[in-house]
Design a protein around this ligand. Structure first.
Ligand code: SAM
Length: 161
């Protein structure tokens, strides 16, 4: 997919197998203190325990510049979820909600996202607070909360209607 001629100055690419359409590539694994869903928080807490995003070595250089951010967004694959529910009852009380009206891990493509506090970086490992996933959860992506190359959202139009 990558073409060396497309690179901007000082950008680097690595040799990878071609990815087929919509095939995800895990970039590492998440280490957390939680081994059981019963103990795992439903949403992360920025004052919660330190967790580690352990990147595969091929991606270490892709972290350059991230150390400037206090808050980063993490995307992960909730690999132990079932994926076939269209309605769910989060409180087990018979009241159901549509899957897409929930942040449940049970969804057709079980992607989880969290905004986390970046505590420090140690080579290819990020130490963060604010996660809510099981130990060993596959890591999909990392993004700064907003960087100089992200367009700001356009100002909201007046709500006079
Ligand atoms: N913060 C993410 C979001 O909003 O997209 C995930 C929220 S989800 C409600 C968090 C819950 O997913 C945890 O409490 C746990 O029950 C479950 N979970 C965590 N890691 C998982 C994994 N690897 N596979 C399946 N379920 C997981």
């Amino acid at each position: 997919m990558s073409d060396l001629a497309d690179l901007r100055p000082n950008e680097e690419a690595v040799e990878l197998e071609p990815a087929s359409d919509a095939t995800l590539r895990f970039i590492g694994a998440i280490r957390t203190p939680w081994h059981d869903r019963k103990n795992c928080p439903r949403q992360g807490d920025l004052d919660g325990p330190e967790c580690q995003l352990v990147l595969d070595p091929v991606w270490h250089d892709a972290l350059k510049g991230l150390e400037d951010y206090d808050t980063i967004e993490v995307l992960y694959w909730l690999d132990q979820s079932r994926r076939d529910l269209v309605r769910q009852s989060p409180r087990s009380d018979g009241q159901t909600f549509g899957t897409f009206a929930l942040r449940s891990p049970v969804r057709p493509n079980p992607i989880g996202t969290s905004m986390v506090k970046l505590v420090r970086m140690e080579k290819g490992t990020l130490i963060v607070r604010g996660l809510d996933c099981l130990d060993g959860t596959p890591l999909l992506d990392i993004k700064p909360d907003r960087c100089a190359f992200s367009p700001k959202a356009p100002p909201k139009m007046g709500s006079g209607r």
